[in-house]
Ligand binder design. Sequence first.
Ligand code: URA
Length: 219
Amino acid sequence: MGPGRTVDQVWPAAPRSGARTRAEWALLNREIENCRACPLGSLRTQVVIHRGSLRPRVLFVGEAPGASEDQVGIPFVGPAGKRLDQLIGRLGLLESEFAIVNVIKCHPPGNEFSEGAADACRPFLARQVEFLQPIMVVTLGTAALAAFRPDLVPILGSAGRRFRWRGLTLFPLVHPASTARSGAFRRRWEADGAALSRLLSRLGAGGHAGTGAPSRATV
Ligand code: URA
């Protein structure tokens, strides 16, 4: 597979038909756990697959697990996750309304995002999106945005705005970890998060009381 392929280009050739089953999800998770298509599969402590609902309205897509996620096996449980959880709380999304995944499923040493690992994982991301069937994908950071719509990079020109991808709403945000590095990114995260909140209200999602602690899956 060549570098820089998008989720579009690895979208399952034969669309899945019939109801989504727990068995189908379990099989996908087993395939991800057993994947050794790139070196990260042998370097990680735990594979990091998914957090939240299996019927989400909103799917957040991050870049790759950090050291905390590698230990726990759940996306966004470290410092960036706290920032994301605060936003999800402000959006008023119930546990049943959102899910979180990453482009890369295994922690890259030194947090180096590699296109090779992203390419290896992209078919899994496509199948996760196809299974979860959200109405909206919120990408977190440049690499997550590029996985869907590389034409929308650089991210600062696109974050906080609404786009289409395969009939879904695509809403890019800067990565929550970037807010710790720069005041400008922090302000951007807040302003674009407020724009997302307004959009969700118009779409009739969110607006509930805050969410609880991270857990692996709810249906
Ligand atoms: N950053 C990400 O992009 N994903 C995680 O799961 C944690 C930090």
